[in-house]
Design a protein around this ligand. Structure first.
Ligand code: ROI
Length: 166
């Protein structure tokens, strides 16, 4: 019998349509029921101004971490299936509004660069709406492969435009 080591993965959640807070809360419940995975914890919810086109509603963001024996592509399949359940229409408008966005940010210390999947998520170190919730649940000393230590990105973080919800 073969066994697969469990890997710690981080997932970014975002929504700005159709009751975004509820979308993210439901998605967190769904992540806790993900097959071959265990939800370790999640951050608070944050309200954030849109990055990219400004003529869209504010977002609700959070980050969750799971322990999983799914491989990264299986995990991506599951995340995209959950986005579909939430009515996400993929690639309608680049950087436009979405009912639910589930970004695979980190998968252990893997570096993956394929057309379908890039890990670490290429934009994660530039996005306050990812870094702030991530910093709640990840060690400040955590290495983001190819990018640097998490805490080095937290120092210059602009906290305007983002608010932690109770
Ligand atoms: N802006 C914020 N604040 N939060 C997001 O989750 C988010 N997601 C996106 C873009 C359009 C880049 N902007 C965002 O995909």
């Amino acid at each position: 019998m073969s066994s697969v080591d469990a890997v710690t993965a981080y997932i970014g959640l975002g929504s700005n349509l159709e009751d975004p807070k509820q979308q993210v809360q439901t998605a967190l419940q769904e992540l806790s029921a993900l097959s071959n995975s265990y939800l370790l914890c999640h951050s608070s919810l944050y309200k954030s101004l849109p990055v990219g086109p400004q003529h869209q509603p504010e977002y609700i963001n959070a980050v969750a971490t799971i322990l999983t024996t799914l491989d990264p592509y299986q995990l991506l399949d599951h995340l995209q299936a959950l986005e579909q359940v939430h009515g996400r229409v993929r690639d309608e408008v680049r950087w436009g509004s979405r009912t639910l966005d589930l970004d695979l940010l980190l998968y252990g210390d893997s570096v993956i660069n394929t057309p379908r999947l890039q890990i670490p998520h290429p934009e994660m170190a530039n996005r306050t709406f990812v870094l702030l919730p991530l910093s709640e649940i990840a060690p400040r000393e955590m290495e983001i492969p190819c990018k640097g230590v998490l805490k080095s990105f937290l120092e210059g973080l602009l906290e305007g435009g983002i608010e932690r919800l109770e």
